[in-house]
Design a protein around this ligand. Structure first.
Ligand SMILES: [Zn+2]
Length: 458
């Protein structure tokens, strides 16, 4: 009779498209057995009757360079039931790509409380893209460029984007874009600001969804010509979805991500919360929320991630001077669970797919992460579907002095999580220390082929 380290007993296991009444046994950091009424002694038994047992949640879109550093971001994420994070290693102009990656990896290995991987973020691909093969060899295999923010000098033009995709393709890696038409937006902004209109109105009017969809389409076309798979971060609008759906019908290797804020908030927040609700791309309309939920349920959008980027600002700040971004990793799961599951937009197995399985598959971490199979890392989240709680900035763990969800009541919350078999979150308290997290090498060489081949079988 085998002796387990821990048995998670009597819960409803949600994994691989199904919900199963089963116990989960953990041994030496891995899933050792799954089944009804598992026999065998355990050092600890955790009774999870009437609770859901999910694979650890993976947040593949975080920016640990603002109010929350890498340690702080991982702590906020861990409080939200996340067990693996993929951060953007931002290489600002004048910094080498490998220099940035090495620094982020070092910060993570000394400070992260969660297992983590990295994407490259290239602000100056003209001088940084040659380092992409080196990054791939170092276990960083996805690379983001901005198609917008020309005024901030963050924008990659089409010449450099095409070149970067070409290099990414030859390196067997994955391209990523923030898709908005930067120059068109800047022209419109200059024009409308001269008219002396309300900056909030100008912000919304100068970033129409169709200019995002145009950039999505352009990036897809260029990645297709270069021959690299493409992952489009934070899709926000129904116009985007039409473009992505059309590309997927043609068999293009395109992945789509959206975020809790684009699923649950609208441009009304920009007028209610001022600069706090300044994020890029902007919050859109109710019909877009609905289209995104539908695309998630129907398989056109593959992942939900947070885009956690807490900045120092207040509601009253000058709107165009204030920074883009908001905290969102800790609130991600409860907000999506409440709106998606309790709101009847998404099935629970599909939620697990878009927050656990797909992120792991797309970035080559599966089945070590993203699933509860025998031999997988024992990264586990227990969710109490009957726990009601209200989101308030003062109980959040980000250093941000605001949350866009202040006062929102959610039903359902992660109450316990494990990383590699150790309990790291229990009843709101973290039991893990900086440096506990391990660096994970991603691998996107064949992940798109695998992902779409599996989709076809269904
Ligand atoms: Zn982002």
């Amino acid at each position: 009779m085998s002796i387990f380290d821990t048995v998670i007993k009597g819960g409803l296991v949600v994994d691989q498209g199904a919900i199963l009444h089963a116990d989960v046994a953990v041994k030496e950091g891995q899933i050792a057995a799954i089944g009804a009424d598992l026999e065998g002694e355990a050092k600890r038994t955790i009774d999870v009757h009437r609770k859901y047992v999910l694979p650890g949640i993976i947040d593949v879109h975080t920016h640990p360079v603002y109010l929350d550093d890498l340690q702080g971001t991982s702590e906020a994420a861990a409080h939200g039931g996340i067990t693996t994070v993929i951060h953007y290693a931002y290489a600002k102009p004048g910094t080498g790509l490998m220099e940035a990656i090495n620094q982020f990896r070092q910060d993570g290995e000394s400070g992260s409380v969660l297992d983590f991987a990295l994407h490259g973020g290239l602000f100056d691909p003209e001088h940084q893209a040659e380092e992409i093969p080196m990054a791939v060899a170092a276990g960083v295999t996805s690379f983001k460029m901005f198609m917008t923010y020309a005024k901030l000098k963050w924008m990659t033009d089409d010449y450099q984007l095409m070149r970067a995709f070409d290099i990414i393709s030859q390196a067997g890696a994955m391209g990523m874009v923030h898709a908005e038409n930067g120059l068109a937006t800047d022209y419109l902004q200059d024009k409308y600001l001269q008219l002396g209109r309300d900056p909030k109105e100008v912000f919304v009017a100068t970033r129409p969804a169709v200019l995002e969809a145009e950039a999505v389409n352009r990036a897809i076309a260029m990645a297709q010509v270069a021959g690299c798979p493409l992952y489009i971060v934070h899709l926000t609008a129904s116009e985007d979805i039409e473009v992505v759906a059309r590309a997927r019908e043609k068999g293009y290797r395109v992945f789509g991500e959206t975020c809790p804020q684009y699923l649950t908030l609208t441009s009304k927040e920009i007028f209610a919360q001022g600069a706090l609700a300044k994020i890029g791309p902007p919050l859109r309309e109710k019909r877009d929320n609905q289209a995104l939920w539908k695309a998630l349920a129907g398989g056109v959008i593959d992942t939900i991630a947070s885009d956690h980027a807490p900045k120092q600002k207040t509601k009253e700040d000058d709107f165009f001077v204030a920074a883009y971004g908001s905290p969102s990793t800790e609130t991600m799961f409860p907000v999506v669970y409440d709106a998606g599951i309790n709101g009847g937009k998404l099935s629970l197995p599909r939620l697990v797919q878009v927050m656990c399985e797909n992120p792991a598959r797309i970035f080559g971490l599966y089945p070590q992460k993203g699933t509860l199979q025998v031999g997988s890392d024992a990264d586990i989240v227990v969710v109490d579907p009957a726990l009601t709680h209200t989101i308030e900035q003062k109980t959040q763990h980000s250093y941000a002095n605001y949350t866009l969800y202040e006062g929102r009541t959610c039903l359902g919350k992660p109450i316990l999580s494990m990383q590699r078999g150790e309990v790291i979150l229990e009843k709101g308290t973290l039991h893990t220390s900086p440096g506990h997290g391990k660096f994970l090498r991603t691998d996107t060489k064949d992940s798109a082929e695998g992902f779409f081949a599996k989709k076809k079988q269904k």
